[in-house]
Design a protein around this ligand. Structure first.
Ligand code: NCD
Length: 314
């Protein structure tokens, strides 16, 4: 039987998102209730790029559901080094596992890989493309802190290469969200992403800015991202924008007292450490939410209870 794959957040309707978030909230309230739910199930981890949070939280989630993981390990120590194709690797590991999680530097790789497997495959980041499980935990964190109704959000930093941004922005078109995108000119959202956001009917629109100051006072949530150094074709181009758009206590003087600051992490220097102890900071809570949200997602995918369609490209 063919299962669902989660490749982009464009596949997720508002109902799908609410199903995952509600399930995550239930699990968060009483994780012991699902401790044996997927006993004996195995999750295959294929990470062709570095990861700490995503990989460890998927592993924790699977173990907390009673299952276990089989991990390809580093690219250096796998048969990828011998020239094995991604299609062959996923086909082999599919035979060992009940679901797969894939991170790969190439945009589109998750869509391609999903065509070769019948077990559910979750895209944990395909180059500058998408990262939908991150989006689900981002939405969970927004819902807990600011609510998803009538939301004004600023998304700042590397909007060109940031896959968490592309996924979050697409998912937010399901809600009544005003989305402000703040970046240097050279790191604006790719035009096709803006086009898609308009097509998906971002109800209250998409606005782009170079300055945070002009929107900061109106924001409920500020989602800060790292400049994705590894995706710049030219290191000099990275150096030109490195260190721009940093948040420190002075920046926040104009912010609302209720502002929630999020970041998918890892941070480099985008958020000063002094912010960590303030009520604004939700980024460590956000990272912790990765476990219940991924438990919910895995539970729904393994039980065939999500019913998401397509690969988001249509
Ligand atoms: C992000 C990623 O890998 O896209 N990290 C994550 O999964 N939390 C963000 C980043 O690397 O900057």
């Amino acid at each position: 039987m063919r299962h669902d794959h989660l490749i982009t957040s464009k596949q997720l309707s508002r109902g799908d998102i609410e199903t995952v978030l509600d399930r995550a909230a239930e699990i968060d309230a009483d994780p012991s209730a699902v401790a044996d739910r997927h006993a004996g199930a195995l999750l295959g981890l294929l990470f062709f790029e570095p990861s700490t949070r995503t990989k460890m939280s998927f592993e924790t989630a699977m173990k907390r559901l009673g299952g276990d993981v089989v991990d390809m390990g580093s690219v250096e120590s796998s048969s990828v080094k011998k020239g094995e194709t991604l299609a062959d690797t996923v086909r082999v590991i599919e035979g060992y596992a009940d679901a797969l999680v894939l991170r790969h530097p190439k945009q589109g790789s998750a869509t391609m890989a999903s065509e070769f497997v019948d077990v559910p495959l979750v895209n944990a980041g395909d180059g500058a493309g998408h990262h939908p499980s991150q989006t689900l935990l981002d939405l969970y964190t927004i819902r807990e802190n600011a609510g998803l109704e009538d939301l004004t959000i600023g998304i700042m930093g590397d909007l060109k290469y940031g896959r968490t941004v592309h996924s979050l922005a697409a998912a937010l078109t399901n809600f009544d969200a005003r989305q402000h995108f703040i970046s240097p000119e050279s790191l604006r959202l790719p035009r096709e992403v803006v086009y898609d956001l308009h097509q998906q009917g971002g109800t209250t629109g998409v606005r782009e800015h170079e300055s945070l100051a002009e929107v900061l006072p109106s924001l409920d949530v500020l989602y800060v991202t790292r400049i994705q150094r590894e995706r710049f074709p030219d290191e000099n181009e990275y150096q030109k924008v490195a260190g721009e758009y940093q948040i420190d206590p002075e920046t926040l003087e104009a912010a609302s007292d209720d502002l929630t600051i999020m970041h998918p992490l890892p941070r480099v220097d985008e958020i000063a450490p002094e912010i960590d102890e303030t009520d604004y900071a939700a980024y460590f809570e956000q990272a912790h939410n990765g476990v219940p949200v991924r438990m919910a997602l895995l539970d729904l995918l393994l039980s065939d209870d999500l019913g998401i369609g397509g690969d988001g490209d249509e």
